[in-house]
Ligand binder design. Structure first.
Ligand code: ZN
Length: 231
């Protein structure tokens, strides 16, 4: 739907093409404007008021380009539909690189992409091993001694259950976690690039050093992230 050119409704300019668009949209939204004829009469204004009340917008009977009623009516602000169920299933370590990036918090994603670019320029072959992973996989890693926590920043999700990882594990695909990863300087380079992106790096942790791990926020925010994930 193209934007309206001028205001429509009570004391609006009511250009015929704009009124036609508004009437069609009102009708599609279940607010009957009467005949869709491009003429803004009492029925059209009443339908605008009905739509505004239902949308909790000030019911002045007027729609202006770019303002709340138009945005709501034309669906400009409608959020993108959630991915269909099953989209996020399967072994998240085997997802495509693109999908691993998509499983990350929107603030983490561009930082990881910048890190990957920087590491490639440094002649490494970086690969995201995990973005998001399920709580079940996390528990396996915990039981195997490969993680210190039963809930990690990798497990963060949106309230609708879609992935929203606050962490990523990045390896050089030639070395993975072998001694060559350290010998090649990859872990050190990873830590440097993480810091350039203001990320926290697991290689800095005392005791259990999680070399491949970067995360968006500090460890003391884990409880908050868990709560906001509804987990
Ligand atoms: Zn990790």
């Amino acid at each position: 739907m193209a934007a309206i050119q001028a205001s429509v409704g009570n004391q609006g300019r009511n250009l015929s093409a704009d009124v036609l668009d508004v009437q069609a949209l009102l009708k599609a939204n279940g607010c009957d404007p009467g005949v869709v004829d491009g003429l803004c009469g009492a029925k059209t204004i009443a339908a605008i008021v009905t739509f505004q009340r239902a949308s909790l917008i000030t019911a002045d009977g007027l729609i202006e380009p770019g303002r709340a009623t138009w945005l709501k009516l034309s669906g400009t602000t409608a959020p993108p539909p959630a991915p269909p169920a099953g989209t996020w299933s399967g072994d998240s370590a085997k997802w495509t690189h693109r999908k691993k990036l998509e499983s990350m918090h929107p603030d983490l994603r561009p930082k990881v992409e910048a890190m990957l670019d920087a590491l490639r320029i440094r002649a490494y072959q970086p690969k995201i091993f995990y973005g998001w992973r399920s709580v079940a996989v996390q528990l396996e890693l915990y039981n195997q001694g490969n993680s210190k926590v039963k809930f990690s920043f990798h497990n963060a999700q949106n309230v609708d259950g879609t992935p929203n990882a606050y962490a990523a594990d990045i390896i050089d695909e030639r070395y993975a976690w072998s001694p060559q990863a350290e010998a090649s300087g990859f872990w050190k380079a990873l830590g440097e690039e993480a810091k350039k992106q203001s990320l926290f790096w697991g290689g800095d942790w005392s005791g259990f050093r999680d070399w491949a791990h970067v995360q968006l926020v500090a460890n003391d925010e884990l409880a908050r992230v868990k709560r906001e994930s509804g987990l």
